[in-house]
Design a protein. Structure first.
Lengths: 270, 113
């Protein structure tokens, strides 16, 4: 199947069941050939490239960021290990804020559209990206998802990344902020074990705190470890199940949204 | 696991360069990967051969220059070696340090024909 947005062909990734591929011609930013010939190899020559391997992803991320900024959309990239309760946290948030702010969701999983269905059950629009073998969302997939989702101007956009504390850290999606969700059975030292993710996040949500009475989890030590890798990280303690602490999260969302300048237009289709 | 997608990005960046720099085959790809970049070098080597198959870099040898982690200690006022991104200064224990090298992920150059 050919994608109508950019003409890319079939691949591993699919958005709401439609396949997408990653073979766009890219703007070329490298240097000109130095044309120094290696001795003994008649036709061979060296060319300098000196390009960041992530430059392709970063280019797509910048395009997403421009699109979102033009529409005043605040995008948050939710990252965590599997089972942290991201989707439950999200569905509760959507139900509680539905009357207050327009919202939309991009769901990322290797397989199935179960999470997108859970989101849609709240009445909020969602698009599901299946990454196939991929272990993270990249900015190109998210660009496609935005074109198909067309989130409302001045809305809150949640991008629920694939459950993985390693790979999504390196891939900018064009979001305003990464939110790392950690839950209280994971062990206090997760921020030290996966420092790149906690260094990249602006907010850490410590989830399922209703379970704390049953566990030997040291909240202060966990926060201390998170601040060791990222002195500026904000931390909120929440329980999506009981609602405890969710007001603090909503205040944070309102504040982050307030800092996004209002947009003038609806997102373009492409 | 993201080494495979990094390899895909490398191959696509190379293919984008082929038209500009006028080459049809790549013999060697030289990368610079920092020891703190979160990249598993062996997974990168393994992934590259598979990802490059059928591309302009099919059969190309992959050379990876590993860059050790280096940081500036504002207390000692000197560069120190670090093994983890958030290590304290090995001499005075100061933290945080300012990372100066070791998070690179770059394509340096290609041997082409």
């Amino acid at each position: 199947m050919m994608c109508t947005t950019c003409g890319c062909g079939e691949g591993e990734t699919s958005i709401d069941g439609h396949h997408h591929h990653h073979d766009h011609p890219l703007p070329v930013a490298g240097r000109q050939a130095t044309a120094s010939r290696a001795p003994g190899l008649a036709q061979a020559r060296m060319v300098r490239i000196e390009q960041d391997i992530l430059s392709k992803n970063n280019g797509y991320a910048a395009a997403n960021r421009r699109l979102l900024a033009g529409c005043g959309i605040t995008a948050l990239n939710l990252v965590s290990s599997p089972g942290s309760g991201k989707t439950t946290l999200l569905t509760r948030t959507l139900c509680d804020l539905k009357g207050e702010v327009p919202m939309a969701v991009v769901e990322g999983d290797q397989q199935t559209s179960r999470d997108a269905e859970r989101i849609r059950a709240t009445g909020v629009r969602a698009v599901q990206i299946n990454t196939g073998k991929g272990c993270h969302l990249d900015a190109h997939m998210v660009g496609h998802a935005l074109a198909s989702l067309k989130p409302e101007a001045n809305s809150l956009l949640f991008i629920e990344n694939v459950g993985n504390l390693v790979c999504p850290a390196a891939f900018d999606l064009g979001e305003a902020c990464k939110v790392a969700i950690l839950w209280v059975t994971e062990g206090e030292d997760k921020p030290l074990k996966y420092p790149d993710m906690f260094a990249a996040a602006g907010l850490m949500l410590l989830n399922k705190i209703d379970l704390l009475p049953h566990l030997a989890f040291d909240v202060a030590q966990c926060i201390g470890y998170a601040r060791r890798v990222n002195p500026g990280i904000q931390v909120l303690q929440v329980s999506a199940a009981t609602g405890e602490g969710m007001d603090g999260w909503y205040r944070w969302l309102r504040e982050t949204r307030r800092m996004t300048p209002a947009g003038l237009s609806e997102p373009a289709a492409a | 696991m993201h080494e495979i997608s990094l390899c895909e990005d490398v191959v696509q960046l190379i293919e984008a360069q082929a038209g500009v720099q006028g080459f049809r085959r790549v013999r060697t790809v030289r990368l610079e990967i920092g020891s703190l970049a979160g990249v598993e070098i062996e997974a990168m080597r393994f992934g590259f051969d598979a990802v490059a198959r059928g591309s302009i870099a099919d059969g190309a040898s992959l050379e990876i220059i590993e860059v050790p982690g280096t940081a500036w200690c504002p207390h000692c006022r000197k560069q120190v070696g670090v093994e983890l991104r958030f290590d304290a200064c090995p001499d005075c224990g100061h933290q945080p340090l300012q990372l100066t090298a070791g998070d690179e992920m770059r394509i340096l150059e290609l041997e082409v024909e």
